[in-house]
Design a protein. Structure first.
Lengths: 115, 116
């Protein structure tokens, strides 16, 4: 079946502009995650959605970052007033509730460049 | 909270030979899972292998196997009969409950080069 999809694949923006990144999880997966990968680094957790529960936002680096998940499916990560340090690859992942919620399947990521 | 450490920034191997990538972790949780992910230049994170901490038997997936040493908190990945397509960045990751529920904690990654 289809995997996790993300759009756009690449995004170039100017400092101070807002950007929206989209994630389409695997059909039927109840959990959705956003991670950030800075150049040559490991992945940093940003936010976690599970079903209709309140999201775990503990990884968001500042209040310029927010995310929504509509209808328990598609998610949008919004970065307001982008800064150059926001340049990174933003990866989305999803996982089923059962039998193995701990196993996360990743999308191809969105590469964001802030000029 | 947990930490994951990969002490080898880069490794190389000849095609058809065997290579081992190292990973150590730390967690206060008794129930956790460990993973190796592969990230080729395409950026797609691909699950290579997973290990449940409660299982003593080391996981294997075709040419990939792990050496899980629970007491030492070590989780190394062995790639046998290396192929050119194995060249990628490899990440070790840990998933545990408690306050870290829902989050994968990743190491810094190891770049694997495969020489023909």
């Amino acid at each position: 079946g289809a995997g996790v999809s993300q759009s756009p694949s690449n995004k170039v923006t100017e400092k101070g502009k807002d950007v929206e990144l989209r994630c389409d999880p695997i059909s039927g997966h109840t959990a959705l995650y956003w991670y950030r990968q800075s150049l040559g680094q490991g992945l940093e957790f940003l936010i976690y959605f599970q079903g209709n529960s309140a999201p775990d936002k503990s990884g968001l680096p500042s209040d310029r970052f927010s995310a929504e998940r509509t209808g328990g499916s598609v998610s949008t990560l919004t970065i307001q007033r982008t800064q150059q340090e926001d340049s990174a690859v933003y990866l989305c992942a999803s996982s089923p509730l059962r039998p193995a919620q701990e196993t996360q399947y990743f999308g191809p990521g969105t590469r964001l460049l802030v000029l | 909270a947990q930490t994951v450490t990969q002490s080898q920034p880069e490794m190389s191997v000849q095609e058809a030979e065997t290579v081992t990538l190292s990973c150590t972790y730390d967690t206060s949780e008794s129930d956790y899972y460990l993973f190796w992910y592969k990230q080729p230049p395409s950026r797609q994170m691909i699950l290579v292998i997973r290990q449940e901490a409660y299982k003593q038997q080391n996981a294997t997936e075709n040419r990939f196997s792990v050496n899980f040493q629970k007491a030492a908190k070590s989780f190394s990945l062995k790639i046998s009969d290396s192929q050119l397509g194995d060249a990628a960045m490899y990440f070790c990751a840990c998933y545990a409950g408690g306050t870290s529920y829902g989050k994968l904690t990743f190491g810094q990654g190891t770049i694997l080069t495969v020489h023909p």
